[in-house]
Design a protein around this ligand. Structure first.
Ligand SMILES: C[S@@+](CC[C@H](N)C(=O)[O-])C[C@H]1O[C@@H](n2cnc3c(N)ncnc32)[C@H](O)[C@@H]1O
Length: 227
């Protein structure tokens, strides 16, 4: 299969089932028009985040890596009116585009963008969060996961994007020394060794290429019951 086929199938599924509305499409367009990189989650992955937050009954969500706020909108829409989402972004320009997008989507009352390096902002945040979505600079993923564990509770969900990296995470090759791949491998080793989570990792293909998602349920159960 080719990436053209993955994209065609994603387009078909998105048009038929996912059906992002005008506010989501406008958010993508605003990011493109502002020259932001096209690295937001695909619509069907955004919807997956939304559904996970719905299943969680999430009232509090933390996102690390905002960009134009595309995934933020999907997540924020799963919150009740008095819910709270905090999203962390290092780049003031990205944050400005995201704030306008959140406003247009009608979720600015519950979704707040905080600007700065996430590792500086995280110590200033109080949890617990019902869901944490990690999607920023990949070399810091192990630290983001440690923070996610600190800021969650039993029953929370931690989702990490881009953990397969066109297979480089597991396959020998020139990409394997990439700091993003190294960060991802350390993250997955942390998850594997962490008795407080029950996790899986899935490979995905689609309009954003070949990658994957890690999903970890925070549980206080004994390690033997979790694996
Ligand atoms: C993959 S994009 C996020 C995409 C977004 N979650 C979506 O799907 O719509 C990663 C974002 O993380 C931001 N970022 C990178 N390093 C960061 C850091 N150290 N702290 C906070 N944000 C960071 C980048 O500026 C970029 O906007």
């Amino acid at each position: 299969m080719t990436s053209e086929q993955w994209t065609a199938v994603d387009d078909y599924l998105t048009d038929l089932v996912v059906r992002p509305d005008e506010a989501l499409t406008a958010a993508q367009r605003a990011g493109d028009d502002a020259g932001l990189p096209a690295i937001a989650v695909a619509p069907n992955h955004g919807k997956l985040l939304h559904l996970l937050a719905c299943v969680q009954g999430a009232r509090t969500i933390l996102e690390i890596g905002t960009l134009a706020g595309y995934s933020t909108i999907w997540l924020a829409r799963a919150l009740p009116p008095d819910g709270r989402l905090i999203t962390l972004e290092i780049d003031e320009r990205h944050a400005a585009v995201a704030r306008a997008n959140l406003d247009r989507a009608g979720v600015a009352d519950r979704a707040e963008v905080r600007v700065g390096p996430a590792l500086d902002t995280l110590p200033t945040i109080d949890g617990p969060f019902d869901l944490v979505f990690i999607d920023a600079d990949k070399p810091n993923n192990p630290d983001y996961f440690r923070w996610a564990l600190r800021l969650t509770r039993e029953g929370s969900l931690i989702v990490v994007d881009n953990v397969v990296r066109r297979g480089a995470v597991a396959l020998a090759g020139p990409d394997n020394d990439d700091p993003a791949v190294q960060g991802t491998r350390r993250l997955l080793e942390l998850i594997a060794a962490e008795p407080r989570v029950n996790a899986t990792v899935i490979q995905t293909v689609g309009s954003k290429g070949y990658d994957g998602l890690a999903i970890a349920l925070v549980t206080a159960g004994p390690p033997s019951a979790q694996r």
